[in-house]
Unconditional design. Sequence first.
Length: 325
Amino acid sequence: MNSETLLNVKNLSVEYQTDDLTVKAVNNVNLSIGKKQTLGLVGETGAGKTTLALSILRLLPKGIGNVTGGTVEFEGRNLLDVKEGDMLAYRGKQISMIFQDPMTSLNPVIPVGKQVAEVLKLHNDGHMTKEQIEARVDEMFRLVGIPPERKSEYPHQFSGGMKQRVVIAMALSCEPELLIADEPTTALDVTIQAQVLNMMNELKKKLGTSMILITHDLGIVSQNCEKVAVMYAGSIIESGTAEEIFTKDEHHPYTVGLFGSIPDLNKVTDRLSPIDGLMPDPMDLPDGCVFHPRCPKCMEICKTKVPETVSLGGEHLVKCHLFGG
């Protein structure tokens, strides 16, 4: 592993067990992110993006979600082998996560300032006094654009955008090395989305934090990420640098479909080109390439043989028979 690589996910597979059924949520995923990098993880709802994120922090629901193979190496150490008690030192301090819905991420009966302070106290190790913790809370509130005077207020007194700012302050208060942002702007108005993303980028640069930005919006990825991974039905089907993904002509047909779903203001009379069909049932994935039932370029081999990952030069990788895979 390169010394600049912060996180390296190798052949990770995750299953959910429900009664007698098995849901294959993540299938042999390989993913890496360097220090101070931002990786955009893109795909439709149900692609397995959130499950992948929860697996990194080992937050899968106990007794239901299980890692069935692979490793999650953070700074060279496999987190899947770390004892549960030791994982508490990673969560929040070295790796933080912003969940999709800020409305449900905060405790409604505890003032927001105390909720940010709780993270600092948990990872304090006796190095910060009560006064220093309060000062740090004030500092984080200023960084995310909230007057510190409001730290004694409760979540219901904040708008959705302000709640998300509190959640971001909580996630970044210990200056983690890796931030996982799971669709952090989905629940927000469009006018607020850009503000929150700009603020996150500024904080990321200020603190030197790496970030995995989970989204279904390629427009957001193009403006905020250095690397891109496209996920479909639990598999990474294309990955590379943002420049390779957004400027090259060769792409997986699914990625082409995602690009076709982006509105183009220069072609206001053109209709969007949606991807036909639906995401396959993870309890009954199709044989061969998982995308073949929806693929406009499907060949006979796609229906029976799983494609291998092929390099298109540089860091650009694609999992498709069209490229010899």
